[in-house]
Design a protein around this ligand. Structure first.
Ligand code: PEP
Ligand code: MN
Length: 264
């Protein structure tokens, strides 16, 4: 398999317009769950950058459980996140939910994110694979390691070797946390595949004060980076406020994370 360590013994470094993921340093990605306005994403970019993030996250097309919940600003949001990222010299990662939106989103975003709910949307995987762009591939809500590796294979089979795995927790019998963050996936994916893997502790736990300890653990587990949700005013966030870090908590977490990174 193209995704396997056997096929490609060396680590693959994914080059995101100059930001290298998997080169031995940590790549930090931060931003809101949803892009809400130009002001909001600019403020998120300022905070994200101050803590050391080089990639700005933010959803413009949101996979919401309820069809009545905020679905995202769509192309208007993409314009805002691109503008904010450029202002703070950052790269962009945003989710693609629909094959028909790929070309449009690829104009604004440096990384195309495949959400957990689409990990086995095989036509979407093939279509993003064809773009050749860096792909952030979230682990499915109930995705096994083998299914996740096969999802990456769908992308690689299109000739796209720019895959970044994102561990974001899986559904287990435990309901006290939003998901169960499976940090054993980090060393396991590194053993089985040459593609980098980053950790999303925000969706992994769903509770903001549990995010910093799991981010620290993610770095210690050998991840190539982190992706975390931040918001200038988490209580009033349009989505995922309960798991979003405010500026102060994010900055403190990043200090701790940098200490662990240096010690590794
Ligand atoms: C997100 O990143 O906001 C998101 C919806 O994540 P996931 O697909 O992991 O649930
Ligand atoms: Mn979210």
């Amino acid at each position: 398999k193209l995704t396997s360590r056997e096929f490609h013994p060396e680590n693959t470094i994914v080059d995101v317009a100059g930001v290298k993921i998997g080169d031995g340093s940590m790549t930090m990605m931060a931003g809101p769950c949803s892009i809400e306005s130009l002001d909001q994403i600019r403020e998120c970019a300022r905070i994200a950058k101050a803590g050391g993030a080089t990639v700005l996250r933010g959803g413009a097309f949101k996979p919401r459980t309820s069809p009545y919940a905020f679905q995202g600003l769509e192309e208007e949001g993409l314009k805002y996140i691109r503008q904010a990222a450029d202002e703070f010299d950052m790269k962009v990662i945003t989710e693609v939910m629909d094959e028909g939106h790929i070309d449009m989103i690829a104009e604004y975003s440096d990384i195309l994110q495949i959400g957990a709910r689409n990990m086995q949307n095989f036509k979407l995987l093939q279509a993003v694979g064809k773009t050749g762009k860096p792909i952030g591939l979230k682990r499915g809500i109930s995705g096994t390691i083998d299914e996740w590796l096969n999802a990456a294979e769908y992308i690689a089979a299109q000739g796209n070797f720019n895959v970044v795995f994102i561990e974001r927790g899986i559904r287990t019998y435990e309901t006290a946390t939003r998901n169960t963050l499976d940090l054993s996936a980090v060393p396991l994916i590194k053993k089985l595949s040459h593609f980098p893997i980053i950790v999303d502790p925000s969706h992994g736990v769903g509770i903001w004060d549990l995010v910093p300890p799991m981010a620290r653990a993610g770095v210690a587990s050998g991840a190539d980076g982190l992706i975390v949700e931040i918001h200038p005013d988490p209580v009033n966030a349009w989505s995922d406020g309960p798991q979003s870090l405010n500026e102060k908590t994010y900055m403190r977490m990043m200090e701790e994370v940098h200490i662990i990174e240096k010690a590794m």
